[in-house]
Design a protein around this ligand. Sequence first.
Ligand code: ATP
Ligand code: MG
Ligand code: FE
Length: 332
Amino acid sequence: TYILGIETSCDETAVAIVKNGTEIISNIVASQIESHKRFGGVVPEIASRHHVEQMTIVLEEAFQESNLNWKDIDAIAVTEGPGLVGALLIGVNAAKALAFAKQKPLIGVHHIAGHIYANRLEKEFQFPLLALIVSGGHTELVLMKEHGRYELIGETRDDAAGEAYDKVARMLELPYPGGPHIDRLASEGEASIDLPRAWLEDDSYDFSFSGLKSAVINTIHNAKQRGESLKKEDIAASFQASVIDVLTTKTVKAAKNYHVKQVIVAGGVAANKGLRTALTEKFAETDIPLLVPPLRLCTDNAAMIAAAGTISYEQGKRSGMDLNANPSLLLK
Ligand code: ATP
Ligand code: MG
Ligand code: FE
């Protein structure tokens, strides 16, 4: 089976072709980071316009790299949500137009299902599995007992992990997106500043990062008032230590309690070196295998959408021509 994937939920225009849900044939990503950088974040109108401009170019490249043509494609999978509505609409409408013109089945995909299925491009899933999702808009623990079904066992009550990274980065006057910059600084600093860890209730797998973010603001502010200056490296290292401590501890606890056969990590923050190292070390002490995707598959791409779409295709799920962008689509 060859599935064509389309992803436009945020600021990357991406098209990919994936074979059997496990093998990348082509994977083209046009990033808009340079256009949004000077605004310190993604500007929705600019994102939509870029998607319109890039879509046909990226599509053509995906076919060129694949040596396939339309007759080889079994179905078109597209991110239907969540994300920026104007950005999603460009991908959904492109997918609908192509499905109609080329007479191919259409499959709407949840963006986070995509992030999860990025892992299957590396290694086959073992159920039950636990997925730690850490991205720009989501921080969740999801239990999967079979393909295409998702049970939410914990989620953030306020900021997502990636959002916290980007906000703290902005306080430290680092460029957008801030995650990778904090990651780099953290490796050069000491986690010498005492910052809180939001454990919440004993039996909760939920997360909270807004208190940590406020603690960082206060720490910087108080130091300034005392006429001291803290090293950016140490702030980054201390912040990152708090985030990683909570994420790894809760993930290990959930993995043990639910007796999972595999743990996977997904989303942009899964690219974080400190998090990857900490999770690898903690799971090495257990007998549960940990799967961490390669960096290029952590952030938004269309191969992950095609991979998740392949499961829907095999399960006979199809979307109609009434498929619409849904910015607050739930993962089920
Ligand atoms: P969502 O997937 O929830 O809809 P999104 O698609 O915007 O949100 P992703 O593209 O998955 O999010 O990830 C982007 C986020 O990952 C940004 O917040 C970015 O700062 C963060 N990020 C990327 N690399 C790193 C890193 N090395 N360390 C920490 N954060 C990182
Ligand atoms: Mg992005
Ligand atoms: Fe994403």
